[in-house]
Design a protein around this ligand. Structure first.
Ligand code: GAP
Length: 501
């Protein structure tokens, strides 16, 4: 299901109206790049995070988790390279002082790929193309590069030190590498994952939740023996699967074209572990409702690679504002562990029992999942304005839907309410369920369509005679009668897709 007719501004308005997302601090004029998740949005976000974590951490024997602090020893950021390399070029208007991110501005106005351009190169493009301020048409100049890390003071007075809010969750995995390896008796290959907030002082936050200054990531570092980056058990099972792909070569052409390639071919551009994790991420999105046509993998250009990456691929979603990254996957190699070894003098070598040698583990793959971007992709994918019903419908996969069931008495009669409340309590024990007795039944269905609730149960006058209720499918609007005594089993079968209405 897909409806690209809704703009990002309308999606933001819809999200506010329905209690998914509000601009943060709105009564004081808000703060650009910050959002609050309302009651329904919070449920959707938690479902997305839990399903992802369950699949890639809890259910896997080769992956463990970590919950590191947001602020940590500042030398972490020196060693990781973020203090020296994590910046964006800013363009400022001399007249109105409006600031924009240089790369984005140049790409938009001059239609050239601006990733990796130096300050001088940006200045020449501005001159050559006679670019002016997008707001007041004033003269624009390139400012000093801006480090994207937010800083803060830890402690007070003379003893205070400057530290930073983490710009990625990955670093606490690297600095804790030895703690985790020693305490968990791990053997290569294995992964360490972390879910939590990250902060970036983005120059121009935009497109609603797409580029914010506070967001959540679920990152996983997959450590392998440096000589075994292609030793993936069962790679044969997935290697022939194909995906939409935008290669480096195509991006350098004037009109680039997407092709379909296999994960085996992707592995040849880096390594098999990275291709394997790309496949798992891609499949996860498709399993939870993103159509194969709206997802692609894009290879990073050489000059676009982050300072730590040997190879990088984005999983992109086709938003109404274009194809954009929702998940990144970098081959970070030994960069981070080596940097922290150098800065902290901690030895991160591990003994590999198979080869009987000591090695510095190699991060063959780092799937880095952005929770808000996935949230937004699922919303756009699910959204439809249904002309016939006259209301919006969110066609979420039942597993990610905020509420799984709505329960209503047909009208406000005590005997119907009693049965409906009893069903609500039984279902709500196990599944997120919404009880509603206000307004017409049509209005109540519409409200749940807009929340994306897949199934609604109505207690009517027949229920008093035959102990059955109607259950309505959100997508087809079809209704069937089911027996009240079987309600939990029916509910479970519907959610697991073992039964259809
Ligand atoms: N550790 C690698 C890393 O952080 P990244 O490509 O900069 O890589 C990974 O970020 C993911 O985090 C992105 O794919 C995106 O989903 C999310 N992300 C990054 N910056 C973001 C922002 N400003 N707002 C929302 N999500 C963001």
């Amino acid at each position: 299901m897909q409806n690209k007719d809704i703009s990002v501004a309308d999606m933001a308005a819809f999200c506010k109206k329905k209690g998914f997302v509000y601009p943060s601090g709105e009564i004081y004029g808000g703060l650009s790049g910050f959002f609050d998740f309302g009651p329904i949005g919070l449920m959707l976000k938690r479902n997305i995070k839990e399903l992802y974590w369950d699949e890639f951490v809890r259910k896997r024997q080769d992956v463990v988790g970590l919950d590191g602090s947001i602020i940590t020893a500042p030398r972490t950021w020196k060693a990781s390279g973020h203090l020296d390399n994590f910046f964006d070029h800013v363009i400022m208007c001399k007249k109105c002082k409006h600031q924009v991110k240089a790369e984005e501005f140049i790409e938009e106005k001059a239609n050239i790929d601006a990733d990796g351009l130096s300050e001088d190169e940006i200045t020449s493009v501005i001159k050559e193309k006679e670019l002016r301020c997008p707001k007041c048409k004033g003269e624009i100049v390139v400012e000093k590069p801006l480090n994207l890390m937010f800083y803060t003071e830890v402690g007070t007075g003379k003893e205070s030190i400057k530290s930073y809010l983490r710009p990625e969750t990955a670093q606490s995995i690297f600095v804790n590498f030895k703690n985790i390896f020693d305490s968990q008796r791990l053997k290569l290959p294995f992964g360490i994952a972390q879910m939590g907030k990250a902060f970036r002082n983005e120059i121009s936050p935009r497109n609603f939740l797409f580029r914010t200054r506070e967001f959540e990531q679920i990152e996983l570092e997959y450590f392998v023996h440096p000589d075994k980056v292609d030793e993936v058990p069962n790679f044969d099972k997935i290697k022939k699967e194909k995906v939409n792909f935008l290669s480096r070569e195509e991006q350098l052409k004037e009109k680039s074209k997407m092709t379909k390639i296999s994960f085996e071919d992707i592995s040849k551009k880096s390594n098999r572990w990275q291709a394997y994790w790309l496949y798992l991420s891609y499949k996860w999105f498709v399993d939870y409702g993103i159509s194969k046509e709206s997802i692609r993998i894009r290879e990073h250009l050489e000059d676009e690679l982050a300072h730590y990456a040997n190879a990088c691929f984005d999983v992109d979603y086709r938003f109404p504002f274009g194809w954009k990254e929702i998940l990144g996957n970098a081959n970070r190699g030994q960069y981070d562990l080596k940097q922290h070894m150098k800065e902290s003098k901690t030895n991160f070598e591990v003994f590999d029992e198979v080869s009987k040698t000591k090695v510095i583990p190699y991060v063959a793959s780092e799937p880095s999942f952005g929770v808000e971007r996935a949230f937004l992709a699922f919303l756009f994918e699910a959204f439809e304005f249904d002309e016939e019903r006259g209301n919006n419908v969110l066609h979420f996969n039942p597993k990610i839907a905020p509420y799984k069931f709505g329960v209503f008495p047909l009208i406000k009669k005590p005997e119907l309410i009693k049965i409906a409340q009893d069903i609500f309590e039984r279902l709500n024990e196990k599944f997120a369920t919404f009880y509603d007795e206000s307004g017409t039944i049509g209005r109540r269905y519409a409200r749940q369509d807009e929340n994306g609730t897949p199934f609604c149960i109505t207690v009517d006058f027949d229920s008093l005679k035959d102990n059955s209720v109607t259950i309505r499918d959100r997508d087809t609007k079809k209704q069937v009668r089911i027996e009240i005594k079987d309600i939990e089993d029916t509910a479970r079968e519907l959610l697991e897709g073992k039964r259809k209405i």
